[in-house]
Design a protein around this ligand. Structure first.
Ligand SMILES: C[S@@+](CC[C@H](N)C(=O)[O-])C[C@H]1O[C@@H](n2cnc3c(N)ncnc32)[C@H](O)[C@@H]1O
Length: 261
């Protein structure tokens, strides 16, 4: 593996944890749900045999790596549209887990993003800190596709900040903002990198810097995304055919949403 990659991954986790107060706990509960799926679904085993999980907007592979580590026979397909982060994911997870990890280049905001997936591939789909990038209509379309992709009893989980409405929920908004501020201040005052500092280091690596222009081009036309509240996620999942929906974890406005087909 090229020099500097593992260090960059460790620093990605640190910088993300500065924006997400209980990031590891949030991952852990998603892994516990996957463990239940592996123990109970026909054709799957507790070690992850038979399981393929989709990691939607996988970035450098944080959640993919935790799945591959906890379930030693599982496979993960990590999907992302950022050529820098997807290269990073493919490089280190490929080196560590071989063919158990597949990196798939696709724009989750565009219809047909699932065209590159093998037939009947996934039993579980997950996402962390990413779907807020989608406009509400794109989110609804994504959930409709997942409703078709996942088998009956298949599970989808999304971990993300689902912001409160500042006009209707001023106290909840203020409490969430204060918690974000505390977490960022604590991390950054101990020298944890900010998002921008991490990115400057990432694109300074020759293996990644060559992909920066493509990244800039791909994300240049994305408008700021309007607020998609929790209720929208839950109702879009129900409309998409998820029989059971709910919240399995929450810390202020940081939420893990679950849908079962
Ligand atoms: C903050 S990162 C989170 C990465 C990782 N899931 C984690 O928890 O560390 C957000 C990710 O969403 C991806 N993303 C944003 N819009 C996307 C889109 N339309 N299609 C695919 N990936 C997208 C970005 O490229 C980035 O990797």
């Amino acid at each position: 593996m090229p020099d500097g990659i593992e260090d960059l991954i460790r620093r990605w986790d640190d910088q993300q944890s500065a924006y997400i107060t209980h990031r590891e706990q949030r991952f852990e509960i998603m892994l516990d749900v996957i463990a239940h799926v592996c123990e109970t679904a026909p054709g799957l085993d507790p070690d992850g045999s038979g399981l393929t999980a989709l990691d939607l907007a996988c970035g450098p592979g944080s959640l993919s790596q935790r799945i591959l580590e906890r379930f030693p026979r599982a496979r993960v397909i990590g999907i992302d549209y950022d050529p820098v982060l997807l290269t990073l994911a493919g490089t280190w997870l490929g080196a560590r887990y071989g063919e158990r990890f597949t990196a798939l280049d696709a724009d989750l905001a565009a219809p047909g993003w699932d065209a590159g997936l093998p037939e009947g591939a996934a039993h579980v789909a997950v996402s962390s800190t990413a779907l807020h990038w989608l406009e509400p209509a794109q989110l609804v379309a994504l959930y409709a596709t997942l409703g078709e992709l996942l088998p009956l009893d298949g599970v989808f989980m999304d971990a993300d900040h689902l912001r409160f409405d500042p006009a209707a929920q001023p106290l909840l908004s203020a409490l969430s903002a204060a918690d974000d501020e505390r977490t960022q201040h604590a991390a950054h005052s101990q020298g944890v990198q900010t998002w921008d500092e991490w990115w400057a280091d990432a694109v300074a690596l020759p293996e990644l810097g060559g992909r920066k222009a493509a990244r800039d081009r791909r994300f240049a036309d994305r408008p700021p995304t309007p607020h998609a509240p929790l209720e929208l996620h839950l109702s879009a999942l129900r409309t998409a055919g998820f029989a059971e929906t709910g919240v399995i974890w929450r810390h202020f406005d940081d939420v893990v949403v679950l849908g079962r087909r």
